[in-house]
Design a protein around this ligand. Structure first.
Ligand code: PEP
Length: 247
């Protein structure tokens, strides 16, 4: 992992409660901040509560627009003003359920950065794409949608989450070797654009990470922590996952 400080980020999706915020806040204080950065992505309606409890937070998505008549959308600048620092963009559930295209994701990435949020750009292939040998092609296209719009320098203030879609919420995890191979491909691809940006960038793995598989995944040279769904709702599991990330 070199000098890259690992991140363990919990994506609560449309789950969680004020009670869970208290429990996760309690366990996160037991994780050394030297060891890893702990981030929580609660539902947007719980953001203030989570920030007040001392958690470092972000939203699960943001609008690509600055402000205006977009009923129900989440305004990035308001998220920032509440004291949050991050947002996910392009989570596979946003892409598949809500039809977000690579272009939409690049626009959200841009809006997040303009508002002072650090985007965590989620990328990854479906099972069919992996079976067709298209994993690298897919992640390249997802990354280049952002690079073409905003330039490689924009990635300096971002985080990547590689999440094979077939591993999200399924209990199927990429093996450490499979995950490392794609993480290395991503870093090498970015290195061709800018070595410094590529070396400093944190690339998280996501997809059914739990306390039994996190240590081996996080030990891989190009894996800088994880984006955790289901297990981030279980305080003791989440704590164990955080402890397995070593800076
Ligand atoms: C996710 O939601 O990004 C995720 C990786 O979920 P899970 O850990 O449940 O597979």
């Amino acid at each position: 992992m070199g000098q890259r400080k690992p991140i363990v980020a919990g994506n609560w999706k449309m789950n969680g409660s004020c009670e869970l915020i208290k429990e996760i806040a309690a366990v996160s204080t037991q994780v050394s901040s030297e060891q890893c950065e702990v981030l929580i992505f609660p539902p947007a309606v719980l953001l203030s509560e989570a920030i007040s409890a001392g958690l470092t937070c972000g939203t699960q998505t943001v609008s690509e627009f600055e402000s205006g008549a977009y009923t129900g959308e989440i305004q990035a600048s308001l998220v920032k003003s509440l004291g949050a620092n991050y947002t996910l963009v392009g989570h596979s559930e946003r892409r598949s359920i809500y039809g977000e295209s690579d272009e939409d994701v690049a626009n959200k990435f841009a809006q997040a950065q303009q508002s002072g949020l650090t985007p965590i750009l989620c990328i990854g292939e479906t099972q069919a794409q992996r079976e067709q040998g298209k994993t690298e092609e897919v992640v390249k296209q997802q990354l280049e949608a952002v690079i073409k719009k905003l330039g490689i320098a924009s990635l300096a203030n971002s985080v990547i989450a590689y999440e094979p879609v077939w591993a999200i919420g399924t209990g199927l995890t990429a093996t450490p070797e499979q995950a490392q191979a794609t993480h290395k491909y991503i870093r090498d691809l970015l290195s061709d654009y800018d070595k410094h940006v590529a070396n400093a960038l944190r690339i998280l793995y996501g997809g059914s990470v739990n306390e039994s598989n996190s240590e081996l995944l996080f030990a891989q040279a190009d894996i800088d922590g994880g984006l955790i769904g289901g297990a981030s709702l279980k305080p003791q599991s989440f704590k164990a996952i955080c402890e397995s990330a070593k800076g």
